[in-house]
Design a protein around this ligand. Structure first.
Ligand SMILES: C[S@@+](CC[C@H](N)C(=O)[O-])C[C@H]1O[C@@H](n2cnc3c(N)ncnc32)[C@H](O)[C@@H]1O
Length: 302
């Protein structure tokens, strides 16, 4: 039996998010990285650095070849969060342009994020530092933002970029589990990629704090009620590994890699089975257990 107070609160706040996404974001203080209030600028900068290192590792690019691999690349990053730290690092490494695409107006050029910028550039080599400084509108004031020819922040319905064959690389981390039109986002990224372009995404299939006793029991809510409570807030869409496989299989791409990163225990899978809502009942144990995955593919060359 759902907790009625929780349902009522979630349905009401979902309407606030629908009517005014900006007010909802400022009320909840979301950054995209969970509760970041206690995180130091150095910690946040190291998180962005880890994101870039992980993308390169997934692509099989050794650290010493990062600059030559990224040189001149145009990149689309879905869901950057409240600061385009990944984009800035990629540009410092030699990428040409990064489009940061979001469904919500997340970016904040706050004092805190100006400190993240300082922490981010502290570890750069002189040439990377020069590239990074050239991104700033005002080299003395990071809070005045970045040149849009290099880093372009785009907020659009469903978080679609609308780009056509301009990107060499499409990236995201902790985003696809939030999107409101998953096949649409994959279609958008395929369209945005040039022939031969590559997509790399890390997906977090956990509950984001919305489970109770079992890490999978958030899959017990009926879809209609989940949607009533959360559809405008960007909380997990709950799609599982099978849905990603299905979408990517139908996308017309090659070199597909779907690599689980973490799994629920066999006992949690067994215990949650009788509770599952219809879309999840037919999942096999392996797909149900999956709590995170890497997805990679290449758009076929023309
Ligand atoms: C959990 S945050 C991750 C932020 C960042 N990638 C990181 O790792 O810190 C999810 C991000 O996805 C964005 N998002 C939600 N729905 C989206 C959509 N349909 N398309 C693109 N971005 C979306 C959110 O606004 C937020 O910026």
């Amino acid at each position: 039996m759902p907790d009625l107070l929780r349902v009522a609160r979630a349905v009401a706040t979902n309407q606030v998010a629908r009517l005014s996404p900006r007010a909802y974001l400022s009320l909840t203080g979301q950054t995209g990285r969970g509760d970041a209030l206690g995180e130091s600028p150095e910690y946040i900068a190291s998180y962005f650095k880890r994101c870039v290192d992980d993308y390169l590792a997934f692509a099989g690019v050794p650290a010493e070849q990062a600059e030559s691999w990224l040189a001149g690349k145009t990149i689309v990053e879905y869901g950057p969060g409240d600061f385009p730290g990944v984009a800035l690092l990629l540009l410092a490494l030699g990428a040409r342009k990064v489009y940061c695409v979001d469904r919500f107006p997340m970016v904040r050029l706050s004092q805190k994020n100006a400190e993240v910028w300082s922490a981010l550039i502290a570890s750069l080599t002189p040439i990377q530092l020069e590239r990074a400084r050239a991104l700033l509108r005002n080299p003395q004031a990071p809070s005045e933002g970045f040149h849009t020819e290099s880093v372009q922040y785009v907020v659009r319905a469903h978080g679609f970029s609308g780009l056509q064959e301009v990107c060499d690389l499409a990236l995201s981390r902790a985003v696809l589990e939030h999107v409101d039109d998953l096949p649409g986002t994959f279609g958008d990224m395929r369209a945005a990629l040039k022939p031969g372009g590559v997509a790399i995404h890390l997906v977090d299939l956990k509950s984001h704090g919305l489970h109770q006793e079992n890490p999978l029991d958030f899959l017990a809510w009926p879809n209609w009620l989940w949607s009533l409570m959360y559809s405008h807030k960007g909380v997990p869409n709950r799609w599982r590994l099978d849905r990603y496989r299905e979408i990517v299989d139908a996308l017309g791409v090659e070199s597909v890699r779907l690599e689980p990163t973490q799994c629920a225990s066999a006992s949690d899978v067994l215990a949650v089975r009788p509770l599952l809502s219809p879309p999840f009942r037919d999942l096999d144990d392996e797909d149900l257990a999956c709590l995170g995955l890497w997805i990679g593919f290449r758009k076929p060359a023309a």
